[in-house]
Every structure is written in structure tokens, then in C-alpha cells.
Write a protein that binds this ligand. Sequence first.
Ligand SMILES: Nc1ncnc2c1ncn2[C@@H]1O[C@H](COP(=O)(O)OP(=O)(O)OP(=O)(O)O)[C@@H](O)[C@H]1O
Ligand SMILES: [Mg+2]
Length: 295
Amino acid sequence: MARIDQVAGHHILMESDIPFLPVFKKGKVREVYEIGDYLLIVATDRISAFDVVMKSGIPNKGVYLTKQSAFWFRFLNERGFLTHFVTDDLAEIARITGEKRLLDLPWLAGRTMLGKKANLVPIEAVCRFRVFGSALAALRENKWIWDPVEIEGELAEGALIKNGPVFTPTEKSEHDEKITFEQMANIVGDRSRASEIRDKTIAIFRLVNEHARKTFGFEIADGKVEWGLHGGKLMLIDETFTSDSARFVPDKSKEFFRSWLKKQGTVGTAAVIPDEVALAVADLYAAQCRAMRVL
Ligand SMILES: Nc1ncnc2c1ncn2[C@@H]1O[C@H](COP(=O)(O)OP(=O)(O)OP(=O)(O)O)[C@@H](O)[C@H]1O
Ligand SMILES: [Mg+2]
């Protein structure tokens, strides 16, 4: 049975359950199932911060994040980038996969997308226009291992990288260790493929950031994408430019929640989120979607 809780009168999906499909991966927030050559990616309403999943969720978060991701996948598909995205329409998913039983799961609608299964390239392709968090710490502690950056004004949280976006990959593992381009090339096992990943990641970040700034009124300050190989070609996979995989300026989501945790002094623990905080976070996610005109 799927676990559906109540938060402030809303149903929230805490855990999915699709008994007739094999589980591919259950992550902190999303749960992925296999359907033949495809993956069915289900976004729950769970929220994680500082690597810890909270005990309660955010109303409709999975729906909002699916809308964001689907928008950017379509945007990139239209601009000639190969992506795993097939559709986020449940009826269409059932039709393509022949898996009609999916239509009997009412909690699934709006929070799932079908992707083509790829061979994962185990790195997180992070790119930054501004320095926040661990990037700021790395600069301050002289532990910056990537291309040199020119910072506008004072080195502080959110400072602009004048020569951005800068590619700052990490290993895809428990703790997402920072890696240099050389280390990444070793992991990828092919230098020219590694260059292709870097160049395409930078190109995508430029395109998406420009569109978000000009059309939607926010910046993509930093974020990560993931890549896989499909039929010998590099393919963009996972999720794209969601509130869980990117940081927006002005902030419309995670930062608010992170600062609430900090104020409580509960960073690093699984908190039960009070209703009013959950609703405020949900409102921010919704506002982000409205800015993108997907809600
Ligand atoms: N098209 C695809 N082909 C193969 N693997 C994919 C594809 N799209 C996404 N994935 C993988 O599916 C998984 C999605 O799980 P999820 O993001 O929830 O967990 P995670 O990244 O392992 O952990 P975390 O919860 O920290 O994000 C990731 O490992 C991602 O790399
Ligand atoms: Mg992930």
C-alpha cells in the first residue's frame, strides 16, 4: 500500500507502492520503477534537506517538481538535446507501456514521468553562476579544485561568478565528493566523453538560465544534471532544474525550508514539519511553478 498522510487537510504521498512493477531505486525523495526499457519516476511529497529526509512532507511537492522537470526536459528536447523524457501524462504512459493498471493508482497522476532507461554516468554534473554553501566554503578554505573563478564584489553567500557558469562536478556517491575534471574523466573512462559532458552541461545551464531570467524572472544560481548513455549517445536523465536539483534567485523553495531548520537548530535531524511551515513551503513551490507558467 502507498503511504498517504494528511498535512493541514491535504493528502500527501509519503511512499509509493506499485506492486506489479520491479523497483529500480528508492531515493530520498523519488521512487523509480522499471517497465521494460523505460523507467517510471515517481516524485513523492517527501522533502530532504542537508541530506536528511523529514518525517512529514509538503502538500503536492511531487506534483510541482514533476511539472518543473517536465517543462525543462521539453524545452531542451525542442532545442536538440537528447533527453530521457518521454511523457508526464499518465494516460500516455499507460498507452506507451501497455501497463493499464497504472490508471488504477489515483495518487500517481501528476507526479510521475516516463524516461528511457540509460546507463548511468556516475557523476553529478554541477554548474554554478553564483557561489553558495559548499562552493563558498571551498573558495574560503582554498579547496577550490575546478576552473578559477572571478568573483564580483565581496566573496559571500550568493556572490556572482563573473566568468560563470563554472563546471564543478562531484562524484555520484553517498557524500557527493568534489572531483576535478581529471578525476571525472577517469570515472567516465573516456576523456572526450568527459569533455562532451562538461560542454553540454555548460551549454544547457546557459540556455536555461537565460530563459529563466528573461521569461520567468528568476535565475538558476546553481544546480546539477545527470547524464547517461543510451544507444552509444549521451542522454540527459534524472530530473532537471527542479527545486530539489537547482537553486533559484530569488529563492522560491528550499532556502526558506533550510533556514527554518537552522532557526530550529534541527539541521541534520528528521523533523516533523509544522502545518504552517509545510503550507508556506508548498506555496513557494507553487509560486515557482506559476512563474514558469506550468501551474
Ligand atoms: N533515464 C535513466 N536511466 C538510468 N538511471 C536513471 C535515469 N533517470 C534517473 N536515473 C537514476 O535513478 C535514480 C533516481 O533516484 P533518486 O534521485 O531518487 O536517488 P539518488 O539520486 O540515488 O539519491 P538522492 O535521493 O540523494 O537523490 C538516480 O540514481 C538516477 O541517477
Ligand atoms: Mg538523485
